[in-house]
Ligand binder design. Structure first.
Ligand code: ADP
Length: 462
């Protein structure tokens, strides 16, 4: 300010002096006055011009440099520039924080929707867009209730009680592939709301599977138990001759066997599900596995064909000289389940061929081919579900529990393998397990002595 007064006075002084010098007596005083006035005017015009430059700079100039450097306007310009720069930095910081925050919300596995006080959509993340079918270009600032018209959500919203979530179908939900969303509204601020959505389809399916499983197990156990208690009652109340008594006892033994098989399969399934994934340090000789599969298959075939005049034609291919990396007991369980099914479902005069080979990519393929009744295509995808049977009575007749292929599926998955099912009704079925090459170790032919020792070791492990 002092500088400003100083320049003003200086201008007047210089102009006054000039007026004084350029005038003659008796007009010197008048010349001085005119000079002082003109000096003030010039200062004022210059000041006005600097003010106008400052205004133009404020209106859209380059804020990285000051418009003026000296004087009051220079200081105003410098301070304004610093203030603007500091505000810009603050805005950039806030924007970065907002971007980070939105990126975090974007990364959330849950759907996030921000609603204003009129329940208009202010922002939503990609997951919410998938859950509700929102379009970022079209649906911002639309009323949430206009876009999501599910009756369950409408009732939830109308109740105005947001202590709990509501379950509603997702946008992609269809009759064949239902999608369930859990939607929870959290009010905050002045009438605003945060809406969170979570895909609970898998949780609901798991819960439904658990319920079905408990119901199935109860049913499977209750049936033989009812039959058993019926026979016990008959034996207790009726005077039976020796033959009838024996027949009843045989039937009771059959039911007890059935329950035993069921419990055995349930325990196998729960053991497989509960144990850690097979590591790469356990291995078993394929020939050892195949020998065990063969002896089990022959024994089962004899049992199944006991009552008939003919027998199965069983063909066993020579096992390749290799080892399989995995848990021996689980691998054997999967293989004998497949061979057992082929023998149980194939009529006595039919053929069952069991083999193992290493293909060109080094994968090991265990396959069981039968000339049984075959399976219609619509059943194939569901065969590995627990308790799924194509023909319930046939499965029971043959002593099936409905869990065999579920066990196979688990073992196969745990060993990174693949189960393939090919079947033609009336012709037969082929079930194959394809083990990846990294689980197959090809061996050189061992010396006869070493082979005997290895065989003995592996058989004790099985
Ligand atoms: P189960 O104990 O009933 O045999 P699985 O899980 O082993 O249960 O098999 C499921 C169903 O798949 C069986 O009930 C049967 O209908 C069908 N199945 C399995 N293997 C064969 C096969 N080799 N030939 C025909 N049907 C089969």
């Amino acid at each position: 300010m002092l500088w400003r007064l100083f320049t003003f006075a200086l201008c007047q002084l210089v102009a006054g002096e000039i007026g004084w010098q350029f005038s003659t007596e008796p007009y010197r005083t008048a010349g001085l006055l005119v000079g002082v006035i003109l000096g003030g005017l010039i200062w004022f015009v210059i000041d006005l011009w600097r003010g106008a430059r400052m205004l133009a700079w404020l209106r859209g100039g380059d804020m990285s440099e000051s418009a003026l450097t000296v004087g009051l306007w220079g200081e105003v310009s410098d301070r304004t520039r610093r203030l603007v720069r500091s505000r810009e930095r603050q805005t950039a910081d806030s924007q970065n924080r907002l971007d980070d925050f939105l990126a975090a919300l974007q990364a959330s596995p849950n759907g996030v929707v921000l609603l204003d006080s009129n329940t208009r959509i202010e922002w939503f993340n990609q997951t919410a867009s998938e859950h509700f079918g929102f379009d970022p270009d079209r649906d911002l600032l639309q009323h949430f209730g206009n876009l999501v018209r599910d009756p369950a959500f409408a009732a939830y919203f109308a109740q105005n009680d947001f202590n709990h979530a509501v379950v509603m179908p997702g946008r992609a939900s269809t009759a064949s592939r239902p999608v369930s969303l859990s939607v929870h509204l959290h009010p905050y601020g002045e009438g605003r709301s945060l809406l969170l959505s979570r895909d609970i389809t898998a949780v609901e399916q798991a819960e439904a599977m658990r319920r079905d499983f408990v119901a199935n197990v109860s049913h499977e156990i209750r049936t033989p138990l009812t039959v058993l208690s019926g026979f016990v009652e008959t034996l207790q109340t009726l005077e039976l001759n020796k033959t009838d008594r024996q027949r009843y006892l045989n039937l009771m033994a059959q039911q007890a066997d059935r329950m035993q098989s069921l419990v055995k399969d349930l325990l196998t399934l729960s053991r497989i599900e509960g144990s850690r994934l097979p590591g790469l340090d356990e291995r078993v000789g394929v020939s050892t596995l195949m020998r065990q599969v063969e002896s089990d298959a022959r024994a089962l075939s004899e049992l199944v064909c006991q009552q008939s005049d003919t027998a199965h034609k069983l063909i066993f291919q020579a096992a390749p000289n290799c080892e399989l990396v995995g848990v021996a007991s689980e691998l054997l369980s999967a293989m004998t389940n497949l061979s057992g099914n082929a023998i149980r479902y194939t009529p006595a005069q039919g053929t069952v061929q069991i083999g193992c080979e290493v293909d060109q990519q080094g994968r090991l393929i265990f396959s069981v081919q039968d000339s049984g009744p075959g399976i219609a295509p619509e059943h194939i995808a569901r065969l590995t579900e627990r308790f799924y049977r194509v023909d319930r009575s046939r499965s029971r007749e043959t002593g099936g529990t409905g869990l065999g292929l579920a066990i196979v599926k688990h073992v196969v998955q745990r060993h990174g393998a693949e189960l393939k099912i090919e079947s033609t009704p009336g012709v037969g079925s082929t079930f194959s397990i394809v083990f990846p090459a990294n689980r197959v170790l090809l061996l050189r032919q061992p010396t006869p002595m070493l082979a005997v020792v290895q065989r003995a070791e592996e058989e004790t492990r099985l």
